[in-house]
Ligand binder design. Sequence first.
Ligand code: ADP
Ligand code: ADP
Length: 227
Amino acid sequence: MAKIVMKNIKKRYKNSESLTVKDFNLSIDHKEFIVLVGPSGCGKSTTLRMIAGLEDISEGDLLIEEKRMNDVAPKNRDIAMVFQNYALYPHMTVYDNMAFALKIKKINKSEIDLRVKEAAKILGLEEYLKRKPKALSGGQRQRVALGRAMVRNPKVFLMDEPLSNLDAKLRSQMRAEISKLHRKLGATTIYVTHDQTEAMTMASRIVIMKDGKIQQIGTPKEVYDHP
Ligand code: ADP
Ligand code: ADP
């Protein structure tokens, strides 16, 4: 049974004459790593934001584990999102950045401590927990952003070009780390990128969007190997 089902999803922004997302149909299985690609402006971010609940769905159904989510508040969706500009809280330490969402949820201190330290260990951030973001490298900051999402143990991870601000070397390192993390945690992931290498190396399936619609879906081999 699919984890995420999107049925005839459409999006029309207020003040916009045309549909930004025209008819999006996709079933995503547990533990899949979907990479969503397509030209700038084709509706990738809008699609992610609708799944996160940060944008209303104009028409259609979003189901997560068979439950209709269209009208469920973002905080009740059990979804974590990681962005390209990983806006960390500048005045907080790495530890507090990762703990913040959990504190808001009133999770108890020892549980928060456990989760933050576990995430820090996996991400190689143990030595940096007391630092502020400005005392970190770009790659370390992006790891904190990942950690902040991870500690919430989300069922679903949404990532919108999380590596595009990093240099090539770090990108390839982080690519491997995110794949490893995915194998370990197994959370269903949708990852937006315009980087073909990321799509080829990370995806269980690639979804190519064009002009608000899905143009092609397939494994990396099916999509990129043209005999
Ligand atoms: P992508 O992520 O594929 O680059 P987006 O989903 O960001 O595409 O944007 C798709 C289209 O929707 C673009 O034409 C963009 O200008 C438009 N758009 C995005 N956000 C809004 C908004 N809040 N209001 C109106 N139009 C928007
Ligand atoms: P934060 O805990 O980062 O300060 P809020 O308190 O504003 O965020 O939001 C509470 C909940 O809303 C989060 O735990 C999350 O489930 C959801 N949420 C907020 N922003 C986002 C986002 N950018 N992507 C996905 N979910 C979000």
